[in-house]
Every structure is written in structure tokens, then in C-alpha cells.
Write a protein that binds this ligand. Structure first.
Ligand SMILES: Nc1ncnc2c1ncn2[C@@H]1O[C@H](COP(=O)(O)OP(=O)(O)O)[C@@H](O)[C@H]1O
Ligand SMILES: [Mg+2]
Length: 286
């Protein structure tokens, strides 16, 4: 049974995963989605392969996962959850459908719709692209002039997808937020992140701290991962003024450097174990 690691960039996380695989004597075939064409010669190449998806680009990750499944491989996460997590609106819809608390969010396919959405939610409001990471282009709109400027820039983007944004209720912007990691239905830990700008992404300089296990938060993380169908998930949460937690988004190819440092949880080992158990499952059913 073969094992693949899908990636175009080797970061801290991928080095950790490769070393965990090595320790278990598992050889991972490295698959670079920039070089995969899925032609007739690949018909047998991927059949039965478990492929851990660590591709940095969400577009490439979703396309490769879909293609791998069509060619008989089992990507982790699967294609459907990779696609849903790669789109903040699709994620919002799944969270809503599953009754998971999440900030009120409106779709804005045009500047007009965006302005209506912002005015209906009130200031400050948050504008986000459908697909982005590390807090990129997540904007806090504090007044009508800022709204005009941001929506005008969005309207100038070159494709209908890029012009479409979501508008979201701002939940105590600048307050610490939370990141939980879920592997196969188990929340392995939660950190709080603070001190970014108002966006508390670690990539924006936020510092992280381990938080004590809490049933409400751990439960929400597990439910959010299940809502999008992700076996491996990084769940972002914020806390409202009345103390309740809300899920912002679910990441299907979670970064965990800060998380491992703060919690001491060996996330790479947990992920590799989940993938290995899948390889064993397949062996047993053949
Ligand atoms: N609605 C919101 N209210 C308050 N803070 C938010 C809101 N949306 C995003 N943020 C802040 O911005 C960060 C990035 O937003 P997020 O939706 O997680 O996008 P990204 O995929 O870029 O990480 C969050 O971790 C949080 O700190
Ligand atoms: Mg995030």
C-alpha cells in the first residue's frame, strides 16, 4: 500500500511530517501538484494510495484532491472537505446548516451587494475574499469611506470569483481568538492567539498560548470539523460579547508550528497516525 505527500513547498510542518513518516519506516512518494496532469498513463499510479494533502495553494489542493479521488487514491482530507474549507462562504453555509454558532455572514457578489451588506450589519464589519489565508485581504471596515474604498478595489479584480467577497459581523475585533486542531474527531488541543494587528494569525505576528481543555470549545471544534467533513482540521474561533464562542473558519491543511510550541502536542505524529490507520484499514478490507 503506497503513501503520498502532496506538496509544492516544504515548511516546518512538512519537515515534521516527513520526519514522523521516516520514524515509522514509511516512505512517502512526494507529489507536486504543479507537475501532475492526471493523464491516461496515470490510471494505475494512484490507485489505493493514501495521500496526505499539504499543498499550500487552496486551488491546487482542491483540484489535486478531486483528481486523486477520481484516479482511485484516498486523499486526506478528502476532496469535498478540501474544497469547502478553501471557500469561506461554502464553509459558512455548512456551519449554519449544522447549527454551529458562527458570525452572521452575507455574500457580496458585487460592490452594491457589499455596501448593502455592510450597512445592514453596521460598522465595524469584516470583508473577506472567498479564498485566502494568513489574514490576507481580511479587512475591518470602520466607516462608509473605508467601505467604498475596499469595495471599489474588490470590484476592480479580474474575475467574478475574485470580485465576490463575504461581509461578516465583527466580533470584538482585536480580542484574542482561538485555534483548535482536530484529528479524526478528537480535539487534540486549543491555543489562544493575540497581539497580531486585529487579525490574530500567527503569520501576522500573533503570539500563542495553550488554553486548558474546555468542553464547549473542544466540542465546537469537533462539530466544525465534522460539518465540513474534515478528518484533519484547524478551527478558528472568536468569543462574542456575551461569552459564547463562534466558529470563523476551518482550515483543511492546518499549520501547527506555533500550536506545537505552545501545547507540546505532537500534531505531526497525530496526523501521521491518522493516515497510517487509513492505510491499515485499506489493507484489511482487501
Ligand atoms: N468576524 C470577525 N470578527 C473578529 N475578528 C475576526 C473576524 N474575522 C476574522 N477575524 C480576525 O482575522 C483573522 C483572520 O480571519 P480568518 O477568517 O480566520 O481568515 P484567514 O483564512 O485569512 O485566517 C482571525 O483569526 C481573527 O483574528
Ligand atoms: Mg484563519
Amino acid at each position: 500500500m503506497s503513501f503520498g505527500l502532496l506538496l509544492s513547498t516544504v515548511r516546518y510542518e512538512e519537515r515534521r511530517l516527513l520526519s514522523e513518516l521516516d520514524q515509522r519506516g514509511l516512505h512517502a512518494v512526494r507529489l507536486d501538484p504543479r507537475n501532475l496532469s492526471f493523464g491516461p498513463k496515470d490510471t494505475e499510479r494512484f490507485r489505493g494510495m493514501t495521500v496526505l494533502n499539504r499543498e499550500i495553494s487552496s486551488q491546487r489542493a482542491a483540484l489535486a484532491a478531486e483528481s486523486l479521488e477520481a484516479f482511485g487514491a484516498r486523499p486526506v482530507n478528502d476532496a469535498s472537505s478540501t474544497r469547502v474549507c478553501g471557500n469561506k462562504w461554502s464553509t459558512y453555509l455548512r456551519l449554519k446548516q449544522c447549527g454551529i454558532p458562527t458570525p452572521t455572514t452575507l455574500l457580496a457578489p458585487s460592490a452594491e451587494a457589499g455596501m448593502k451588506a455592510i450597512e445592514s450589519l453596521g460598522y465595524p464589519a469584516v470583508v473577506k475574499p472567498l479564498s485566502a489565508s494568513w489574514g490576507n485581504r481580511v479587512g475591518l471596515i470602520t466607516d462608509r469611506h473605508a467601505a467604498d474604498a475596499v469595495l471599489e478595489h474588490c470590484a476592480a479584480m479580474p474575475s467574478a470569483v475574485a470580485r465576490t467577497v463575504i461581509v461578516q459581523e465583527a466580533i470584538r475585533p482585536g480580542a484574542p481568538d482561538l485555534r483548535g486542531i482536530v484529528v479524526d474527531g478528537v480535539c487534540v488541543g486549543v491555543i489562544s492567539r493575540s497581539g497580531g494587528d486585529w487579525r490574530n494569525n500567527v503569520a501576522r505576528g500573533a503570539t500563542v498560548e495553550c488554553i486548558a481543555p474546555n468542553e464547549e470549545i473542544y466540542g465546537l471544534c469537533v462539530r466544525a470539523a465534522a460539518a465540513v467533513g474534515a478528518r484533519i482540521a484547524g478551527v478558528d474561533l472568536v468569543q462574542g460579547v456575551n461569552g459564547g464562542f463562534m466558529v470563523l473558519e476551518v482550515n483543511s491543511r492546518v499549520e501547527f508550528q506555533g500550536f506545537e510550541g505552545a501545547t507540546g502536542v505532537d500534531v505531526a505524529a497525530r496526523i501521521v497516525e491518522a493516515c497510517v490507520s487509513q492505510v491499515i484499514d485499506v489493507k484489511e478490507t482487501i
